[in-house]
Design a protein. Structure first.
Length: 411
């Protein structure tokens, strides 16, 4: 009886705690990329931001503070729209110890402030198991959206994934007919996935590129749209972008990295006018050039050229979504990506938009997330330094808060 009383009392205490508002004080709050920053306090109640109180307003807040998150620069939670849960540290997500998954998620994502991620190719059942454990509260982590099993051209896995475990490679769909493509996309959606991913063109390593027939790409994209979901494409080259446009793809997982400059201006305008988003993944190009063993001078030249071409797309008003391809890229630190985006001409506030308001709008969740304001989801990043001083400061994360819960706090 005593034990029972204790359990009930404990339950009530934690329930009260969960309901009780708490707050964090910020030296600077960026409510949104297009709103002037203020100094103040953010009050959080349950999963929502209850209020943002400017320091000039007296008599705020006697509510408790999360002291480890106080005193930083506050922005909305980030979305990384291009990740993969394919690394060894996520394999067997159903059975791995919670602490191991927790630390893998911290290393790859939450320590950099990603409160939402879109996994755009992985072992479906494993990623869904990982998501379940996070949503049950067994593991701390970001909100996971996933395209799960991507589609490749028939007999057309790209050369750069051939090192992956055979067990995974054997699961990767390479449909040779519209009916097969439709069946695979439907299976993905029935399992609970959130989008479709097409490898529309894949380099084979012998100088040839395999391409997905337009009618197969179309069937997959149309099925995603029928369910009000978005379709991603890996374009590889200029023709891949033309094909993605023809298939009405929504999001390019990369620019045509490595394509000779200048990228055709008319095509880039078409991408912009179609409302198709592009993810820069510029650090990926640097990583791949290093792998190919080209000289430092050549690598530097190719990278500079591609950064400038991407910058032209952004400057003409093309929609930019932040994404890094981590999971495939094994160096998880995004500081260099932010630096390259700035080199492409994006301001700190444009980079912030690619991480917050643009994905919120793209996923039609702008009423719930992407900004720091009363009534929004309490998805919050606290930075140690101001991104206005350096774009690298977007990676200097002190705390990440998702739905009102601290999912990362710097030691
Ligand atoms: Zn990728």
């Amino acid at each position: 009886m005593k034990i029972l009383t204790f359990v009930i009392a404990g339950f009530l205490a934690s329930a009260v705690q969960a309901q009780q508002p708490w707050a964090l004080d910020a030296v600077k709050i960026y409510p949104a990329p297009d709103v002037s920053p203020i100094t103040g306090t953010i009050v959080i109640a349950g999963t929502k931001i209850r209020a943002v109180v400017a320091a000039s307003d007296k008599g705020t807040t006697s509510v408790p503070r999360a002291s480890q998150c106080n005193g930083g620069v506050v922005v909305a939670g980030f979305q990384n729209s291009h990740v993969h849960f394919t690394a060894d540290e996520f394999r067997d997500a159903r059975n791995l110890a919670a602490a191991e998954l927790d630390s893998a998620l911290t290393r790859m994502l939450t320590r950099y402030g990603y409160t939402t991620v879109f996994d755009i190719a992985s072992d479906r059942d494993n990623t869904l198991a990982l998501r379940d454990r996070i949503e049950k509260g067994d593991v701390r982590g970001p909100r996971i959206l996933t395209a799960a099993l991507p589609l490749f051209p028939s007999n057309g896995l790209p050369v750069y994934i051939k090192h992956m475990p055979t067990e995974l490679l054997n699961k990767l769909p390479q449909p040779s007919s519209e009916a097969e493509a439709l069946r695979i996309v439907r299976e993905n959606f029935a399992a609970g996935t959130d989008g479709a991913k097409l490898f529309i063109a894949t380099p084979q390593g012998d100088g040839t590129i395999k391409r997905m027939p337009l009618e197969i790409a179309r069937v997959a994209v149309d099925e995603a749209h029928r369910r009000h979901k978005l379709a991603f494409a890996h374009p590889t080259d200029i023709q891949g972008i033309e094909d993605a446009l023809e298939a009405h793809v929504d999001i390019l997982a990369h620019p045509p990295l490595g394509a000779p400059a200048p990228w055709p201006e008319a095509l880039m305008k078409q991408v912009r006018d179609a409302g198709m988003s592009m993810m820069p993944t510029l650090k990926l190009l640097q990583v791949e050039l290093e792998k190919q063993g080209v000289t430092a001078a050549v690598a530097e030249q190719v990278l500079t050229e591609n950064v400038a071409e991407f910058g032209k797309f952004a400057a003409m008003g093309g929609q930019v979504l932040f994404g890094t391809d981590v999971g495939y890229v094994t160096d998880y630190d995004p500081a260099r990506e932010y630096e390259l985006m700035a080199q492409a001409g994006l301001t700190s506030m444009q980079i912030l938009a690619s991480l917050t308001t643009t994905p919120a709008l793209r996923w039609k969740e702008q009423k719930q997330r992407g900004r720091i304001a009363g009534g929004m989801n309490a998805d919050i990043v606290v930075l140690d330094a101001d991104p206005a001083d350096s774009p690298r400061n977007f990676a200097a994360v002190r705390c990440a808060i998702r739905n009102g819960e601290i999912i990362y706090a710097k030691e």
